[in-house]
Design a protein around this ligand. Structure first.
Ligand SMILES: [Zn+2]
Length: 285
C-alpha cells in the first residue's frame, strides 16, 4: 500500500508534466472514463491541477471534471517523452493523458472515477484536505479529537484509519509511535490529549519530511546520530523500528519486536523498553 508521501510525490511529478499544457490525447480502459471522454472530450482541455488526498490522486481538468484514483497496491504513473519505450507492458495500461511534450501513463490503476465539482465532495471515500496530514489545510486540533473518539481501539490501528488521519500508512504508523514513545498496542483512552497531540504533530512532521524535494522514493525517518552522508545513504539505517525485528533499538539497544495488529493483521514494530505499556492504574502522559 503506497503511503501518503508516495501519492504526494506522484501528484507532484504529474503536475510538472501536465499542468497548464493542452491535452492532445486521452485513452482509458475504464468504460466509464472512456464514455465521459466521448461525451466531454478531454483533448483540448487543460490539466488545471493535480493533488493528493491521503491515498487518492486527483487530476482536475479545465472543463470541470476531476479524475479521482485510488492507487491501492498495484497502481503507478509513469511519464514518458513521445517515442520513449514504456517500462511496463501495454496490457497494464489503464489511463493515458498526452500533451505536446509528455505521455503520462497510469499502469494497473485499480480504482478510477470521474467526478464533477458537485459530486466530488459527496464521495465520502475521498478525504477532505483538512484531514490529510500533507495538506496546508490540515486541522491538527480536529485530528486529535477524531483520534480520541476511538478510545477503545489500539493507537497504532487508529493512526491507520484514513478518515482519522489521511496519508499515514503502515510504515509511518510504527515510526510515529516510536518517536513519541507510545506503545502501539496502547488503547487510545489510556493516552492524554497532550500525548495524542504529540502523535498527530509527529505524523504531520514525519510524512512531510518525506516529500521534500531531495527525499527520494524511500521512506526515511532516522538520519543517523551524526547526520553524516555515509549514515544517510546506508539502506539499513533509514527507519527507527519498521522492518528491524531483533535488531538493537537505535536509542536503547533493546531488541525490536514485531507483531501483527488489528482486524487487518497489519505488521507493527516497536521497542518494548522505549515504548512501555502504561500501567492500567494510571493514565499515561
Ligand atoms: Zn529502545
Amino acid at each position: 500500500m503506497p503511503e501518503g508521501d508516495t501519492i504526494f510525490r506522484t501528484a507532484r511529478s504529474l503536475s510538472r508534466a501536465l499542468v497548464g499544457r493542452p491535452i492532445t490525447g486521452f485513452r482509458s480502459t475504464f468504460p466509464l472514463l472512456a464514455r465521459f471522454d466521448d461525451e466531454t472530450p478531454l483533448a483540448g482541455q487543460l490539466v488545471e491541477s493535480v493533488e493528493s488526498r491521503g491515498k487518492w490522486l486527483l487530476i482536475h481538468f479545465s472543463g470541470g471534471g476531476t479524475l479521482a484514483m485510488h492507487m491501492l497496491m498495484s497502481g503507478s504513473w509513469h511519464i514518458y517523452r513521445h517515442g520513449e519505450r514504456w517500462q511496463q507492458p501495454r496490457v497494464n495500461m489503464r489511463i493515458v493523458i498526452e500533451n505536446s511534450e509528455f505521455i503520462a501513463v497510469g499502469f494497473r490503476v485499480p480504482v478510477a472515477r470521474m467526478h464533477t465539482a458537485l459530486s466530488l465532495p459527496r464521495d465520502k471515500k475521498i478525504p477532505q484536505p483538512s484531514i490529510d496530514v500533507l495538506s496546508s489545510d490540515f486541522d491538527a486540533g480536529a485530528a486529535v479529537r477524531r483520534v480520541m473518539a476511538h478510545g477503545s481501539e489500539e493507537i497504532a490501528d487508529v493512526l491507520l484509519h484514513q478518515e482519522v488521519l489521511a496519508g499515514v500508512g503502515n510504515v509511518f504508523k510504527s515510526e510515529i509511535c516510536f518517536v513519541v514513545g507510545v506503545n502501539p498496542f496502547c488503547k487510545v483512552n489510556a493516552l492524554s490529549p497532550e500525548r495524542v497531540a504529540d502523535l498527530v504533530a509527529n505524523a504531520q512532521k514525519l510524512v512531510a519530511a518525506n516529500v521534500m524535494e531531495d527525499s527520494g522514493d524511500e521512506i526515511v525517518t532516522y538520519k543517523g546520530r551524526n547526520r553524516r552522508t555515509t549514515h544517510e545513504s546506508d539502506p539499513d539505517a533509514r527507519l527507527w523500528v519498521y522492518g528491524r525485528k531483533g535488531e538493537p533499538c537505535r536509542r536503547c539497544g533493546e531488541a525490536i519486536r514485531r507483531r501483527l495488529q488489528g482486524p487487518d493483521a497489519r505488521v507493527t514494530f516497536w521497542c518494548p523498553s522505549c515504548q512501555p505499556m502504561p500501567d492500567s492504574s494510571k493514565i499515561d502522559g
